[in-house]
Structures are given as C-alpha cells and as structure tokens.
Design a protein. Structure first.
Length: 162
C-alpha cells in the first residue's frame, strides 16, 4: 500500500483533509487580515474544492441555488472575485472557469495542468518558467505582475483508461 496523502489533484489523496485544510487556511487568513469569510464565500470555496475541477460561474450559480443560497449572478461574482483576489481561488482563462487554490502560499504564480478528458485541474508551482518570463519581460521593459500558465493534456488516470 502506498501512502499518497500529501499529493493533490490527479493523484489519490486524503481529500477530506485537503478540503478542511483549505477552508481552515482561508478562515485563518480572513481572521488575520480582518476580512469577512461569509457563509456564501465559504460555500463557493467549498464548491470549488469539491472535485478539483474548474467550475464556470453558471455552474457555481446552479450549485449555490441547490444549496439554498442566493443564486443572483452579482452575488456569486462578488464571492468569486473575493476568492481570486485573496488567492483562495484562481481563474482559468482558457476554460473561463475557476478552481480552488491548492497551494498554501498565498503569493505564487501557478501553472495549471488541465485534463481535457475529465477536466481535472491540478496546480503546481512554476518557478523556473516564471523566471524565464520575467527575464524576457525585463528585456522588453515590461513589468510582470502575474502569470497564470495553463497546460492542456491528459491526466494519469485518463491515460490508463484510453
Ligand atoms: Zn483534494
Ligand atoms: Zn494557487
Ligand atoms: Zn483526466
């Protein structure tokens, strides 16, 4: 038996632990910076964490409605932009969707690996490629504030089922 509890996403892991850790981290952050972690914001984060899949705003609205929350678009958009702004979630531009952040460090430039079959999204740090981007940008006199690299492909478990 292999112990894989420390890994995320494509790999088997203790998902209950990963969910509760992410919620706890968000709670701690909000307490520290005196931000409101409202029930709606928490719910949206929970929905994003649920399956490590990217969810579009409309899917989130549906799920909120099912959970008995207000499903008015501005309410959901505000909760999403709060989560993105504080690093609890990221926007996947390519999918026009959102994922929960699975890296505890709140200031990072992630790379996302998106499985085109099961739509699982896995986040990883992309230090070396960011350095390349920064260096290339600097040469052009451009100041990089944020990079979100997105890679599309087939995940480990989907390769096995082909
Ligand atoms: Zn998980
Ligand atoms: Zn992240
Ligand atoms: Zn897959």
């Amino acid at each position: 038996m292999e112990e894989k509890s420390a890994s995320f996403g494509f790999e088997q892991h203790d998902h209950n632990l990963c969910l509760s850790k992410a919620i706890q981290a968000a709670e701690d952050y909000c307490t520290k910076y005196k931000l409101q972690f409202t029930p709606l914001r928490r719910k949206v984060l929970e929905l994003l964490l649920q399956e490590h899949r990217a969810l579009g705003a409309y899917a989130i609205l549906d799920l909120l409605r099912d959970a008995g929350f207000s499903s008015q678009p501005p309410v959901a958009y505000r909760a999403l932009s709060f989560l993105v702004e504080h690093g609890f979630a990221h926007k996947i531009e390519r999918l026009n969707a959102f994922v929960a952040c699975t890296l505890s460090d709140t200031s990072h430039s992630p790379i996302f690996m998106i499985c085109r079959k099961c739509e699982t999204v896995v986040e990883a740090q992309s230090l070396s490629s960011n350095l390349n981007i920064s260096a290339a940008a600097k040469a052009k006199g451009f100041e990089v504030e944020q990079t979100n690299l997105e890679a599309k492909g087939v995940c480990h478990s989907c390769v096995e089922t082909v």
